[in-house]
Ligand binder design. Structure first.
Ligand code: PEP
Length: 267
């Protein structure tokens, strides 16, 4: 936990990487390395659908959480190629990434579908990591704040305050994802604060917004994570590329541990 009693979360989005055998190798290496460690952040691994079961059994009876990278919002039906929240729950998955920019940009997801998926995650008690973030064009047109607050408001449309307990928001500027261009830490923190204020205003409840973990994602690496995690409103990282390598991901987890340990020593 940090000073505001929010969990510190280090989540790896493996995207379309790792066969089952590779998933077993990576998740077992991570599991063994963190076993018995003090001040661990919440560690979430998000393999592709086909490697979820392999990662789940490799991490059984450990602290590591397994998440999906996407899901359909309906429970079942004639939706060829889709995977439902019911199916993820049945497998033992506990987290799901919703509205990743690659889903929005390449697969036509919208603020409306993100809202439906978030509500489905709530219904099935999956912790949702809802991704928001502006494109480079939007940033250069000074639209960052408007775009991000609109995405947050749309994701939470028609959702009760009591249901926000299993919400994690990831601020992921699209231009920083997979490009090596990390958002300056103080700017990332400013947008994370804006996200928090947006939630507070939507519900007329500032303390509710203080309880929601907000992650930064976009080219996070061992060399830049500490600066991000030192910020007041960044509670962890959603990591793509650097989560595919055990050594790099474990270095990120170590930085998460430092943040947890620091907060514990202050309280
Ligand atoms: C991501 O996929 O969510 C991500 C942030 O990717 P990367 O760390 O590679 O920029």
């Amino acid at each position: 936990m940090n000073g505001q009693e929010r969990p510190v979360i280090i989540a790896g989005n493996w995207k379309m990487h790792k066969t089952r055998a590779e998933a077993v190798e990576l998740s077992k290496t991570i599991r063994n390395a963190v076993a018995g460690e003090k001040d661990l952040p919440v560690v979430v691994l998000c393999p592709p659908f086909t490697s979820l079961e392999a990662a789940l059994s490799s991490c059984e009876k450990s602290e590591i959480q397994i998440g999906a990278q996407n899901m359909e919002h309906r429970d079942s039906g004639a939706f060829t190629g889709e995977v439902s929240p019911l199916m993820l729950k049945d497998l033992g998955v506990s987290y799901v990434i919703i509205g990743h920019s690659e889903r929005r940009q390449l697969f036509g997801e919208t603020n409306t579908s993100v809202n439906l998926k978030f509500k489905a995650a709530l219904k099935h008690k999956l912790v949702a990591i809802v991704c928001v973030g502006e494109t480079l064009d939007e940033r250069e047109s000074n639209l960052t704040d408007a775009v991000v607050s609109r995405q947050v408001a749309a994701a939470l449309d028609d959702v009760d305050a009591a249901d926000l307990k299993t919400l994690v928001i990831a601020y992921e500027p699209v231009w920083a994802i997979g490009t090596g261009k990390v958002c300056e830490a103080d700017e990332a923190n400013r947008v994370c604060k804006l996200i928090r204020a947006t939630v507070g205003n939507l519900y007329g409840n500032k303390s509710l917004s203080q309880s929601i973990p907000i992650l930064y994602g976009g080219s996070v690496k061992p060399s830049n994570i500490d600066e991000q995690l030192a910020q007041s409103d960044i509670d962890g990282s959603l990591v793509g590329g650097a989560s595919l390598n055990a050594e790099e991901f474990l270095a990120l987890v170590k930085s998460g541990q430092k943040k947890v340990g620091l907060a514990a020593s202050r309280s």
